[in-house]
Structures are given as C-alpha cells and as structure tokens.
Design a protein around this ligand. Sequence first.
Ligand code: ADP
Length: 237
Amino acid sequence: MLITIKNISKEYESGEATTKVLCDISFNIEKGEFVSIMGPSGSGKSTLMHILGLLDRQTTGTYLFEGEDVSKFDDDELANFRNEKIGFVFQAFHLLPKTTVLENVMLPLIYSKDKKNHEEKATKILTDVGLSHRVNYMTNQISGGEKQRVAIARALVNNPDVLFADEPTGNLDSKSGKQIMEILQELNDKGHTIILVTHETATAEHADRIIKIMDGEIVEDYKVKDKKIAKNEIGIK
Ligand code: ADP
C-alpha cells in the first residue's frame, strides 16, 4: 500500500478557540491509482493534501507512507523523505522567473544523489510532456498551459512515488486544461500514482476514484464509472 491514513484529524488553535478542520479521515491509496479528492471551497481539501504531501502534520491519527510511520520523522527527515518520494503541481505553477524551462526542470536534481545526466533527464521529461520545442525559452515567454506542463515535468524529474496536483487546471483556459488532464491520464497509464485535488466534478471525473470531502469529513469514496477521457484537439506530440 502506498498511503494508509487512519482517523486523521487536524485542529487549529487560535486564542481560546479550536477549529476542527479535518475529522476522523481514513483511507488507503494503492500504487498506480489516480484519485481525486473533491469538495467545495473550505471543505478541508488543501489541509488534507498538505498532510498527505508531508507539508504539514496531523493533530491526531496515523499516517503510513509505504508502510513507514511518517509521524516519527523530525522536520529534516520529513523534508528529505518528501523530496525523494513526492512531486507537487499547484494551481499557480510556481516556476522561477528569468530562468529557462530546462533550468526549472533541472532544479530538483541539484539535491538528488545521482549527479549525472541532469540535462538529459530534464530534456527527456520535457519531451514526454510535449515541450521539446520550448526547453530554452524563458518561463515568462510561454503560455499558462505550457507553464503547467513545465511544472509537471519538474515534479516528475526525480521520479517520485506519487504526484499531487492541487487544482492544476484552475488558472487555465479550457483547452489548456484539457491538455493537462490528458497528460495526467497518460502519466497514470504509464504507472504513476496521481492524487488530484479539485472542487470541480468534471475535473475530478478524469480520475478512477473520487474521495468526496465536506466540512472536514469524508462523505463518499467511490470508483468513477464513466471516467472522462481528455483528448485535446491539437495534439501535444
Ligand atoms: P479547501 O482546500 O477545501 O478550500 P482548506 O483546507 O484550505 O479548504 O480549509 C479548510 C478550513 O480550514 C477552512 O475553514 C479554513 O479557514 C480553515 N483553515 C485552513 N488553514 C487554517 C489555519 N492555518 N488556521 C486556521 N484555520 C485554517
């Protein structure tokens, strides 16, 4: 099992008041799954993703990642573990400005144990996401959809065990959004585990399974019967 969480809760203290944002969340995610975590704004999706992505810690409950109890790690160990195992894609891309597409994708490799072939690796993954013609462009010279493809390439260049995508189409026009969903589906077909966070049913339905969250609790967890298949009209390759 890739991810096992049991009775996870998250509370925030401010002054005398305690706000419970996640309540008694339990599920498993297997290697190779494509799962959407879906819920309206304020339901706790980002909080849950931050815990699953080891960017934050739960207040109570257990979290096993590949069977390992991650709550026993100190902050440095957690950061190392996260860099090695997890890739992130966010709505706002978070690319470095004034640097090239290639440099952005090579960046995570600075910290990797493997010191060789960084440029080759980054170029290969950029080709996989349909950007071989953009490697030497500056990140401010490419479109939003292309930026998100760079972010996906950067998230994957260390070959993580899971890719988290938090509203990855939220800043994109519908055609670029479709292309991003198609790339995520292709990556999943190749064996990558993907956890997508979204408030949109239509986006969530590109996954094979939807975990629905409302007011910090899981209200549904089901397999998608009529999975949406993203097929972009222009072709990315
Ligand atoms: P979503 O991603 O579904 O929009 P969030 O996980 O961002 O939801 O937030 C869920 C709830 O937790 C919201 O009511 C939000 O105000 C609250 N919340 C999030 N972060 C904090 C924090 N650091 N302190 C207090 N409350 C927070």
